[in-house]
Design a protein around this ligand. Sequence first.
Ligand code: HEC
Length: 112
Amino acid sequence: MAIQNCFCTLVLIALGVSLFSSCGGSEKTASGLHEEELSGQEIYLENCASCHGSDGKLGLSGAFDLSTSGLTIEEVKKVLNEGRNGMPPMKEILSSQEQIEKVAEYTIELRK
Ligand code: HEC
């Protein structure tokens, strides 16, 4: 009897764990897919405009005026990946290099 109960508990735990992990897994893929569809502008407005402003000129807490930036796209990507002084690294926030690439291109468009 005691063994049966124990077995039953184990099955329940295993079920619970597999349900939990499969649920977490599919959620991650779903939001990942969604993010891949965002344009550079959407990524920018969501993650950057709070400091840089929607036109790049806000300059909140020392944020650089992106419309006067002279960085190349490679340099912008480096700032995004690694951060610089008051600029937080975005590598952890943006889910892929593809997103970094898109938003980097968008910051360059802000100069026109
Ligand atoms: C928490 C506020 C904050 C957020 C959010 C933020 N930045 Fe910044 N950013 C800064 C600050 C502050 C600087 C100036 C860093 C320095 O003085 O070295 C900066 C600098 C930059 C630079 C360098 C410009 C140059 O010419 O030197 C780029 C490019 C840039 N940010 C792009 C972005 C992008 C793209 C995003 C969104 C993915 C973003 N930033 C989000 C605060 C922020």
